[in-house]
Each structure stands twice: as structure tokens, then as C-alpha cells.
Write a protein that binds this ligand. Sequence first.
Ligand code: ZN
Length: 347
Amino acid sequence: MELPRRILIGSTVIVGLGNFIQQLDHNFSRVAIISGEIVKERTQVISQKSMKDADLSEYKWFVAADATIIEAERLARALKRYSPDVIVGQGGGRSVDLAKMTAYSLGKSFISVPTSASHDGISSPFVSMKGSDKPYSIKAKTPIGVLADVELMSKAPHRLMISGCGDLVGKITAVKDWELARDEVHEYYGTYAANLAYLSAKIILDEGQNLVNDDLYGLRTVVEALISAGVASCIAGSSRPCSGSEHLFSHAVEYVAGKNSGLHGERVGIGTIMMAKLHGLDWEKIVETLALFGAPTRGKQINLTENEVVQSLVLASSLRPERFTILNREKLDKNKAASLAKSVKVI
Ligand SMILES: [Zn+2]
């Protein structure tokens, strides 16, 4: 197991970024930071001061574009010349994923500094890259540290946190799919990892109203749950506890409908409703919870036509043949897919 060895969550903890890096390893002296342009504008001054305070004199900022394989390769070439001891990814999903991928290809340590609570990749070794030959997350580098500044994260658009809740709710069907794979194809099943992932979804279902009422309390709880889910993946050594048929649906939607089809967690949330129905779970509770957060529960809310929802459902199981899920048992054709989506009012 590779696990993050230090996780710091709190308000304005970004001012201690330099110390955080030092405490992880006193031998770190050259630091590379990867972020997007907007995050750089927001955090550069404060990050640089924290480096100075911690006597980390050598650091360089690299501005990243989209999370594509080509961009990851460009960054890897640029960072190789600089030769950092450690790579810090600051941002939402994109820059954290690019930093994770770059650290992996250069064999360097990686620190995750998420600026939004939009998905569980903030603490897991998995990245989602456009232009890879696989339409799902691939394994890269586990962060040695995660620094989550909830004050900074609260400035991100609220929609991102709602998307994070969708990603978390998805662990309910992901874990059910894993149980099914254990029972039907004798796949290795890790009870601890499965329970940890499940717990991160359960807290969202149980705490629903409290999370909506109070921004920082809610945000902190969501961040902790996302980090726990990522750690569950680290323990399992695969994305299994966190990614099942609901994620296959999300990946299929990206393939079928392209860019303008909602955020990762929004697609996952909608997928979870339908997969929960297939599993015979309380899908109405999932709809209720998502709606409470203001997360989409219908295809058209993320610009999907009825046909695109049906096509995505039919395509989902073929995207990752080795990952056994409820879709392998139910084998949805167009008619079955349409009646499933209609029965839970996704279309
Ligand atoms: Zn996810």
C-alpha cells in the first residue's frame, strides 16, 4: 500500500505550505508547483512567502493547460530540465492530475493541494487524462501529502463541491459492484477498503441537510470524505472501491456526448441513481440527497438528450471489460436502457 503520510485540512493552512513540504522530507530543496493561471494568481504570493519562511529558496511555477496526455508530456519535459525534488499540484482536478502524472513519469514525489472539493482524485493515485487510450482513470502517483485549505476551497464555485458530493454518492454502487464481482467472478474484495469507501458515501446521505446549511462545516466534511475515498483506493491498490458501473456510465457519457455534458461528479450522481435501481437499492434516497444539494438528477440538466442517456447506458459495460459490474449481469440493450432511465426519471 502506498498512502499519503501527512494530510492537513484546515482554514488558511496554505500559509504553511513551505513548512508542510519541509516536514514531509527535510531533504527537499527544489520545488516545482503546477497550477492553472487563475489559481496561480490567487495563491502565488502566499505560496512563495511560505516557501521563504521555510527556507525553501528554489521553487519554480509551471502553468498547466488542459489535462491531456500531450500537456502531461510537455510538463514532464519542462520539469525534467528543472529537476525538482518534489512536485506540488495546486488546483481543481486538472492541475492536480497533471502534477500527479508528471511526478509519475519523472519518478518524483508528489504533493496534492486541492483548491476545490470536486472529486476523490485529490488523495488517490488515479488520474483522468484526455487523449489516453483508456477512457477511464489510470494509475499514476500517490500523493505523499495532501494540504486542503478549506477557506481557499470555499472560494471555488459551489457547483464543484456539489459535484464532489455526486462522486461520493457513487461509492454506494461502486462498492455493490465490487461485492458482485467477488460473488460472481471471485474477484479479490477488500472489506476494509470497501467499508471506508462506503462510509464516505454514507456520510453524505446521513448528513445531507447539515452539509447544505453551513458552508465551512459542510465543505470540510465533504473534503474529509473525498480524501477517505481516495485513501480507500490506495488501500485497495485499485480504483475498485470508488469506481463501478456509475463511473462507467459517466465515462460513456463523455464519449457519447462530449465536453458539454456536466462535471465528473454530476454525471456520476446521475449514473448512481440508475445503477442503484439495477442493484435493487433505495434509489429514491439517492435522488433526494442529490436534489437537496442542488445536484442534477435528470439527463437534460447536464444537456443530455434521451438518446444520449440510452446510448451511454448501452455503451458503458464495454468500456472496461475487465471491470465486472451490475451491467455485466443486466446486459442493457436500447429498450432495457430506456425503460431503466425512464423508471427513475433520468429521462
Ligand atoms: Zn470519481
